[in-house]
Design a protein around this ligand. Sequence first.
Ligand SMILES: Nc1ncnc2c1ncn2[C@@H]1O[C@H](COP(=O)(O)OP(=O)(O)OP(=O)(O)O)[C@@H](O)[C@H]1O
Length: 353
Amino acid sequence: MAALDVNNLSCSYNGNRVLNNLSLQVEDNEIMCLLGASGCGKTTLLKAIAGLLPVSQGEIAIHGNTMNSQGLAVVPERRNVGMIFQDYALFPHLSVAQNVAFGIQNKERNKALVADKVAEMLALVNLADLGARQPHQLSGGQQQRVAIARAMIGKPQLMLLDEPFSNIDTQVRMRLIGEIRELLKSQGISAIFVTHSKEEAFAFSDRLALFRAGHIEQVGRPQTLYQHPQTRFVADFLGLANYVPATVIDTNTVLTAMGPIASQSVLNADIGATGQLMLRPRQIQLSLTEQGNGHVLEQQFLGTHSRCVVECQGLRLEVSTNDLLPAVSQVHVKVLPHALTFFPDSEGQRAVA
Ligand SMILES: Nc1ncnc2c1ncn2[C@@H]1O[C@H](COP(=O)(O)OP(=O)(O)OP(=O)(O)O)[C@@H](O)[C@H]1O
């Protein structure tokens, strides 16, 4: 059974429609990321799922239980949903342990049991010794762990995380993302996580839904969206892409200024169709050779890899290389074998591969 089932959902603020006939399913024990530019409606969807916003149309079900449908809206406290916000939202006058205990204050009255559960949660988020501290005595990452412990102590069926890492500095962020992901997985909690950072989305999610102005442009595994975007909007949002003019010459091959390029899958476009072949910087390989078909225009060392701009048969291509090449190099430019992504002119911005 799906952890979350959203069907044809529409939400408006003062008559302005922000979500438009949106549908989304999250599987049991799955982490789904809502990724998109500022103002596209991600938080609105989260609030609608939590029951904090009236829905104009559509249905929401959590683990098979209907939360919203025509004439029905279950109140937030009966949805068994945990929420984590960007600003931690801890109570400043309560200790860490009291903040965590707040998560079950309406469910559990037995003080010894509450203390046991709080200790268990604090240990899970690696804050076992800090229960007596006040929130202001903690780092940003530690405060966010308290918020997570508070949200998880009530064993929610679904966790909603709204940009939980934006106030955490980059060095700690990736470690915290890994920790929280592991925690959600080990506790078997499904989660929806909102961000506008593609790096966070790639690192945290099992699947991601890319938002565009109140609707979902594409949903799928991060690698699938990155390597096989269905639209140019998805391709460009998720990272740098080269576009090479191309013509389909058979079911698996396109002809470009660099020569014919074969696809590892059927192109599903008419023979003779013209369009743009999308190539990610890692899908192009450069090798040094005097007789190469390209030459290096510029390079930048970026730590984990280098960015190299090459000119090849009148095309300007961005390529990722492991090392910097010798300056003013002649190179052979080769497209690495893969299932090509081709955007035919006739289909506008939509890919067919
Ligand atoms: N309470 C409100 N009243 C009126 N309009 C609102 C309200 N809250 C949000 N909006 C508008 O709804 C749209 C979607 O907002 P939402 O907060 O869902 O976007 P978002 O994708 O989460 O953005 P961000 O990444 O900046 O948080 C925006 O145009 C916003 O201005």
